[in-house]
Unconditional design. Structure first.
Ligand code: AMP
Length: 416
């Protein structure tokens, strides 16, 4: 028990870190290119923020939140996603003050009490962006392109972009009613969850994994028939802009996203070889969220992507760059006096940020030389009795085996 991490969590080991850094750094680069700035919000928030910001009738709020009462008797929740927190921070810090579109990105861990399986964890990591303050469909498209180009540029090749519109408070109620009426006819055939979704959130029935294959699903009413002019035009514009950017997409009328605050555009990017957990990134417009959290009505749109899933996809295609070992020097010493010289040299090198190491286990010189070769270091810096007495260091190039003796004081400059 003590040596097992909680179910649904994972250690990220040193040998895996290069993949993580690669994905995070590439994301930071593309965000800089698109003009998004990093924000870091607390890992936990008041529970109410997520209840309001995500919606009571969602799986996340109903079943998946890590909620606890803290010692001050407040209800606290580990963030299950970052959008509500980013919007809270936007309001609290008045990021809207200069009236411009605010473009934020984040990277961090999220927590959901979900059933763990490949690509689904209880603590997982997401990065994402949020753009607040603009209703122009060009922003929807910018964000879709950021997500799409990011994944494409990593080299993933079986990506699919799916888009849809979920309407707005003006036209969605009509659609909800249509769905309630339609699925009401098939009440007996709906799964337990969908039976309760019928009243609370009938749109969610459309993306139910359990009911997905059932025949009545194919004939379900489509939102297109209910869209108001504004939503119809908005969606048409997003499609035109994507086409202009030469990006292929598929309109999927069953893509509704789980969260209540979404309006208009919804999208998902799938990596088809991953099967059940194929969604790498998903997002959409949430024009109702800022107001829901207590701000003035403000349009917003964003997406989130799962880092673990992206890494699984990259691994499948062998696209994770191997870690570069960049050790410059391995110091080899013989005897106590030499160790002091070696330790001073080690410190001098590290002060200049030159990666260097030495043996602390008191091994023989022969064993240290073996270690030096295995370490991937470019040079072995050897200090034996002779070197101690004439204040020198024998520098051995471990690739060519060439050797030279140089004075102790010159060694560091050799590496700069
Ligand atoms: P969502 O916030 O549910 O829209 O999810 C956005 C992305 O986060 C998904 O496409 C996944 O890549 C990732 N994701 C969501 N939930 C999990 C989870 N439990 N474990 C791992 N990744 C997840």
């Amino acid at each position: 028990m003590l040596t097992n991490a909680p179910r649904g969590t994972k250690d990220i080991l040193p040998e895996q870190i290069s993949g993580w850094l690669y994905v995070e750094n590439e994301f930071r680069k593309i965000c800089a290119a698109y003009g998004y700035e990093e924000i870091r919000t607390p890992t936990f928030e008041h529970t109410e923020l997520f209840q309001r910001g995500i919606g009571e009738a969602t799986d996340v709020v109903e079943k998946e939140m890590y909620t606890f009462t803290d010692r001050g008797n407040r209800s606290i929740t580990l963030r299950p996603e970052n959008t509500a927190s980013a919007v809270r921070a936007y309001l609290q810090n008045k990021l809207y003050a200069d009236g411009n579109l605010v473009k934020l990105f984040y990277i961090g861990s999220m927590f959901r009490y979900d059933r763990p399986q490949a690509g689904r964890l209880r603590e997982f990591h997401q990065f994402g962006v949020e753009a607040l303050g603009e209703k122009n469909p060009a922003v929807d498209t910018e964000i879709i392109l950021l997500a799409w180009n990011f994944l494409k540029n990593l080299g993933l090749d079986e990506l699919k972009l799916k888009i849809n519109t979920v309407g707005c408070p003006a036209c969605r109620p009509v659609y909800r009613q249509k769905l309630q009426h339609y699925f009401g006819e098939y009440l007996d055939e709906l799964c337990g969850d969908c039976k309760s979704r019928l009243n609370k959130n009938p749109l969610r029935i459309l993306d139910c994994k359990v009911d997905a294959g059932k025949e009545f699903m194919d004939e379900a009413p489509q939102i297109e028939t209910c869209l108001c002019d504004e939503c119809r035009e908005h969606f048409a514009r997003v499609k035109d802009l994507l086409t202009a950017a030469n990006v292929e997409f598929e309109v999927d009328s069953r893509l509704v996203r789980g969260l209540d605050y979404y309006t208009k555009t919804a999208f998902e990017i799938q990596y088809t070889p991953l099967g059940a957990q194929s969604a790498l990134a998903g997002g959409g417009r949430y024009d109702g969220l800022v107001e829901e959290i207590g701000g003035n009505p403000t349009p917003g749109i964003g997406f989130a992507a799962g880092i673990e899933r992206i890494l699984i996809a990259l691994e499948k295609q062998n696209l994770i760059p191997t870690a570069q070992k960049n050790l410059a020097a391995f110091i080899v010493t013989a005897g106590s006096e030499a160790e002091i010289h070696g330790f001073k040299l080690l410190n001098d090198l590290r002060q200049k940020n030159i990666p260097a190491t030495m043996d602390f286990a008191g091994r023989s010189m022969k064993a240290q030389m073996k270690q030096a070769s295995k370490s991937g270091a470019k040079f072995a810096l050897i200090i034996g009795e002779d070197e101690v007495s004439d204040k020198s260091v024998t520098v051995k190039n471990l690739e060519t085996s060439a050797q030279e003796k140089i004075s102790f004081d010159e060694v560091v400059t050799k590496f700069i």
